[in-house]
Design a protein around this ligand. Structure first.
Ligand code: FMN
Length: 296
C-alpha cells in the first residue's frame, strides 16, 4: 500500500473523518480493540475543542433534509483542559496520527488553544475551525479574508505542527479566503464545513424546528457545492487540500481528488455506516498500488 504524503505525515491512504462526525472514544468502548485493528481513517480528526466547556445547543439538534442532514449540535465539548487530561491519552492510542480541531472566538482564544496543543506530543497536527462568528462583523471569522488574516498572523508562529485551516462555505469567495490562509502560513486547508440552513417546524407555525434556530447542512446534498469549492480553491492555492462534503463512495472520493484534493474526509455517511471510510481507504490505496503511484 503506497503511503500518502501530507504536510510531513505519511498516511496509509487518503481518507480521514470529518471533525465531529466520528467519536473514536465511544467507538472504542463499543468495539474494543477490533476498532484499532481495522481503524477506518488514516488520521483521526477530533471534534472541535474550545477553550471553555460548551453545553451545545438546546434540542432538537437534528433534522433529516432531502439527501442530507441539518444539525445544530452547537459544538458541545468539555473544553481544552479536560480534553487534554481525559481525551488525549485515549486518542493517542489510536493507530493513526491525531489532528486536534480547535475553535476560538478571537485571536487570543485561538492562540491559547494552539499553544496548549503545541506542547503535546500526542497531537500530530492542528485544524482551525474558523466557522465561529466574529462578534464585530457578525460574519464567520473564516468568511472574510480581512478578518482571518490577522488572526492567523498571531497564531501561526505559535506552533511548528502542521496547521490546517478548515474553511467555511458560507462566504462569497472561498478561494480568496484560502489564499489568505496560504499567505499567512497555513500548511493546508480543509473544506467544506456545513452550509447554513434552516428547517421549518412541521406544525406550520413558521418557527424553526431546530433548538438552535439555524443549523448546518451536511451529506449528499452538499456534494456538488463542496466539489465546486474544492475545485475553485485548488485553482488558487498550492498548499494541500482536504476535500469533504457528501462523500459516500470511492467514486465520490476520486471526484474530490481529481478536483485537486490531496486527502478526503467522510462525515455524515459515517453515521449511516461507521465502516464506510475504511472501505474507501482500501479502494483508493489499491488504486494507487495498481497505478504504481501514491494515491491519486
Ligand atoms: C453532526 C455533525 C457534527 C459536526 N461537528 C463538527 C465539528 O465539531 N467541527 C468541525 O469543524 N466540523 C464539524 N462538522 C462538519 C463536518 O466535519 C464536515 O465538514 C461536514 O459535515 C461536511 O461533510 P459531510 O457532508 O461528509 O458530513 C460536523 C458535521 C456534522 C454532521
Amino acid at each position: 500500500m503506497s503511503p500518502v504524503a501530507f504536510c510531513g505525515l505519511e498516511l496509509a491512504h487518503p481518507v480521514l473523518n470529518g471533525s465531529g462526525t466520528f467519536d473514536a472514544i465511544a467507538a472504542r468502548r463499543v468495539f474494543g480493540d477490533a476498532l484499532l485493528a481495522a481503524f477506518p481513517f488514516s488520521a483521526f480528526v477530533s471534534k472541535t475543542i474550545t477553550l471553555a466547556p460548551r453545553d451545545g445547543n438546546p434540542p432538537p439538534r437534528l433534522w433529516e433534509a432531502a439527501a442530507g442532514m441539518l444539525n445544530s449540535i452547537g459544538l458541545p465539548n468539555k473544553g481544552l483542559q479536560r480534553y487534554l487530561a481525559e481525551d488525549l491519552p485515549q486518542l493517542a492510542q489510536l493507530p493513526v496520527p491525531l489532528v486536534t480541531n480547535v475553535m476560538g472566538a478571537n485571536a487570543a482564544e485561538l492562540c491559547a488553544l494552539v499553544e496548549a496543543c503545541d506542547a503535546r506530543g500526542e497531537i500530530a497536527a492542528l485544524e482551525l475551525n474558523v466557522s465561529c462568528p466574529n462578534v464585530a462583523t457578525g460574519l464567520d471569522l473564516g468568511a472574510d479574508p480581512a478578518s482571518l488574516a490577522p488572526v492567523l498572523r498571531e497564531v501561526r508562529p505559535l506552533t511548528r505542527k502542521p496547521l490546517i485551516v478548515k474553511l467555511t462555505p458560507n462566504t462569497a469567495d472561498v478561494a480568496r479566503v484560502a489564499q489568505a490562509a496560504e499567505a499567512e502560513g497555513a500548511d493546508a486547508v480543509s473544506l467544506i464545513n456545513t452550509l447554513r440552513g434552516m428547517a421549518a417546524h412541521p406544525d406550520g407555525s413558521g418557527r424553526p424546528w431546530l433548538g438552535g434556530g439555524r443549523g448546518g447542512l451536511s451529506g449528499p446534498a452538499l456534494r456538488p457545492v463542496a466539489l465546486a469549492q474544492v475545485a475553485a480553491v485548488a485553482e488558487r492555492v498550492a498548499i494541500p487540500i482536504v476535500g469533504m462534503g457528501g462523500i459516500q463512495t470511492a467514486a465520490h472520493a476520486r471526484q474530490f481528488l481529481a478536483a485537486g484534493a490531496t486527502l478526503v474526509a467522510v462525515g455524515t455517511e459515517s453515521f449511516r455506516d461507521p465502516t464506510v471510510a475504511g472501505r474507501l481507504g482500501l479502494a483508493l490505496a489499491d488504486l494507487a498500488a495498481q497505478s504504481g503511484t501514491a494515491a491519486p
